[in-house]
Design a protein around this ligand. Structure first.
Ligand code: TYD
Ligand code: MG
Length: 476
């Protein structure tokens, strides 16, 4: 009798436990995830324990079914082989050769493009001109401005001589209204200027905040894919933190273009940093004039147009930008410094690269720059990212320091390793051909893997930096 009662008691206890566990499962607690490393945390904190990042933890809705829950049976997806023939995507050319080149040969239908750049660099001007070109090529084009009133855009169009272009102009920031209009009108191309001014009433934060920018971009990109409309989003690069920059939407779009340039210069570079439909790193060169952006078909000639007589510190670098060769002038100035820590000022190049080259010159060639201010600059507001510019930088520094001008007809390129050796670079032949085309007849370069002979062109192949110092500058 006694043992039966104990048994009943145990069963009752076991039954009582069940609802308790179930209750715990149904009440899922919120989850906090680090946006930098993906680690999950039970509660919010200012710093992620896993990666050490500050202000990276956000709250995320918990999974409706717990992790590991069985996913309901889905349908079979269609699989194909890599060899299946795929027609190239249909493209529309704008007629602006520099823009078409950067897009990879024209605008792909139903693509989403982001054009980023500093405020005032000329994004609205570029896109108004582009949209007018596309419209003249029989594309139905919309230009929606959230920053300027329609009258202001019209004034700009008049200044650019585009008043007669068949562009549909709108001034609106409410994305719901914009999307409804686009849904009925079904244009081929729509420009949204800028994504930071757009707002969705379903998102509870101010226009320009990360969540608004992300949600607005998501809506526009999915509209582009759903309805086969190409969408161009303009995004301002802004100071960290305050307003969401274009980086927030970079991963959502097919193509990311950056419009760069120095304020004081008239040159503007449109650079493709990501392109699902063409080569990345391709650039288009424009010149900002009183009547808008003019295309620069031969940038090398323009970048070198201001060179006069041979000057110490000036060196012509034969570079490659995207798929085309481009010559730029690198200028250096070396002067005794009155400061305890001498100045190192760099414009258009990587300052870490300058420090490395100065260190190699000092350690491997015995040429010190201590106690001297060094200024380095790429003429015309161009930016050079290639390691192949190393030798041109070193030659500019040596030329400035030794007060010896290089001959006007010589170009320089080559990568410098930490040992002081010169490494060959890619597309040597293209660099040399471009130099020859522009009237240069000598080049200082690393030793080439295969001999390249060009009529009337002298190639001075150097194994290392010491050789350059000795042979070209007679120092060391
Ligand atoms: P804008 O396209 O408004 O820049 P963003 O959209 O990137 O903010 O360009 C503004 C600058 O361009 C402004 O400083 C004036 C200059 N500009 C010209 O020099 N010529 C022109 O024909 C136009 C329309 C603008
Ligand atoms: Mg603008």
């Amino acid at each position: 009798m006694q043992s039966r009662r104990w048994g009943l008691c145990l069963i009752a206890l076991a039954v009582a436990r069940v609802p308790c566990d179930k209750r715990a499962m149904s009440k899922a607690s919120p989850q906090f995830t680090c946006t930098a490393c993906g680690a999950t945390h039970r509660k919010w904190s200012g710093r992620c324990d896993a990666c050490g990042g500050w202000n990276t933890i956000i709250e995320e809705a918990p999974l409706s079914a717990g992790p590991g829950a069985r996913v309901a049976q889905g349908r079979q997806i269609a699989l194909s082989t890599l060899a299946d023939a795929e027609p190239p995507p249909p493209r529309a050319a704008s007629g602006m050769a520099e823009l078409d080149r950067v897009l990879g040969g024209g605008l792909v239908a139903a693509s989403a493009i982001l054009v980023g750049g500093d405020p005032g660099i000329g994004k609205s001007t570029l896109l108004l001109q582009a949209v007018a070109s596309f419209a003249s090529n029989n594309l139905k084009c919309f230009y929606i401005s959230g920053e300027e009133a329609a009258a202001q855009v019209r004034l700009r169009a008049a200044r650019l001589g585009l008043s007669s272009a068949p562009v549909h102009l709108g001034a609106e920031t409410n994305l719901r209204d914009i999307l409804s209009t686009l849904e009925t009108e079904r244009p081929d191309l729509v420009v949204i200027d800028s994504i930071q001014t757009m707002w969705l009433d379903t998102v509870d934060s101010a226009p320009g905040s990360v969540s608004q920018v992300r949600a607005a971009a998501h809506e526009l990109v999915s509209f582009a894919k759903r309805r086969g409309v190409s969408v161009v989003l303009v995004g301002h690069v802004t100071k960290e933190g305050q307003i969401a920059g274009p980086r927030v939407v970079e991963h959502m779009v097919d193509t990311v273009l950056y419009f760069e340039g120095e304020r004081g210069h008239q040159f503007r570079i449109l650079r493709a940093v990501k392109n699902r439909f063409g080569p990345a790193d391709e650039i288009g060169v424009f010149e900002m004039t009183g009547a808008g952006l003019a295309e620069v078909a031969n940038p090398s000639a323009l970048f070198l147009s201001e060179r006069g007589t041979p000057a110490p510190g000036s060196v012509v670098f034969a570079g490659i930008e995207g798929t085309r060769p481009m010559l730029t002038e690198i200028q250096a100035l070396v002067a005794p410094s009155p400061l305890g820590t001498p100045r190192r000022t760099v414009v258009g190049l990587d300052s870490a690269r300058l420090s490395t080259i100065l260190a190699v010159l000092e350690a491997r060639c015995g040429i010190p720059f201590a106690g001297m201010d060094v200024f380095l600059n790429v003429a015309g507001g161009m930016r050079v990212h290639e390691p192949a510019a190393d030798l041109a930088i070193a030659c500019a520094l040596l030329s400035a320091r030794e007060d010896i001008a290089l001959p006007m007809d010589t170009v320089v390129f080559g990568e410098i390793s930490l040992s002081g050796a010169l490494r060959p670079v890619n597309q040597t032949e293209n660099r040399l051909k471009e130099a020859q085309k522009l009237g240069f007849c000598a080049a200082i370069a690393p030793r080439l893997a295969k001999p390249t002979a060009m009529d009337g062109f002298e190639l001075k192949e150097m194994p290392d930096l010491t050789e350059v110092v000795g042979q070209v500058f007679g120092a060391g």
